[in-house]
Write a protein that binds this ligand. Structure first.
Ligand code: ADP
Length: 162
């Protein structure tokens, strides 16, 4: 069975993330979407909230599992026995960071962990969690960017009552 890990911050998950998850799930037998508990970032949603959002959004995709992890991605890969990492590329601005990370993960894992990139679907190429949070802060229309239940959670977090 070929499994892949899709790690990320997912604060919160957007349709851009969901698109990558669905495409990866068409290729791999199992996709483990995993929320990174990054102590250096101050997220809007807690790890368990982000996990629950991903679980709800992927509940109809049987070969997707949602988890969280902290520490080194390569240690987590070893722990769950998966050596393929999936990431998304939106624009050249993503490239340098992603390349550095994948080279580092290959080195740290003695060349066991490979990273595979999905290019973004064009209509999501400008979509990011941070843009979504900025729009939500001013109660802007989120319908093209996140599922309705995520928009609701975002508005609530910024003090809007629906
Ligand atoms: P991280 O902090 O690990 O970059 P993100 O949640 O921002 O976490 O992103 C996780 C992954 O999803 C990254 O590989 C990112 O490039 C990718 N991604 C984010 N938004 C999109 C999008 N709109 N289209 C394609 N890939 C995306």
């Amino acid at each position: 069975m070929k499994s892949a890990i899709y790690p990320g911050t997912f604060d919160p998950m957007t349709y851009g993330h969901l698109d990558i998850i669905k495409r990866a799930a068409n290729i791999f037998d199992e996709v483990v979407v995993s929320v990174l508990n990054n102590k250096e970032k101050t997220p809007l949603f807690s790890v368990s909230e982000r996990v629950n959002i991903l679980k709800e959004a992927t509940k109809d995709i049987p070969n997707v599992r949602v988890e969280s992890f902290e520490g080194l991605l390569t240690d987590y890969c070893k722990k769950i026995g998966v050596n393929v990492v999936v990431r998304g590329l939106r624009a050249v601005t993503d490239f340098e960071y992603e390349l550095q990370m994948s080279q580092m993960n290959r080195k740290l894992s003695n060349h066991r962990v490979e990273t595979i990139y999905f290019n973004t679907t064009l209509k999501y190429s400008y979509l990011s969690s941070s843009a979504v949070k900025q729009i939500a802060q001013f109660h802007g229309d989120l319908s093209a960017f996140v599922p309705d239940f995520v928009a609701k959670l975002l508005y609530e977090r910024f003090g809007y009552k629906e």
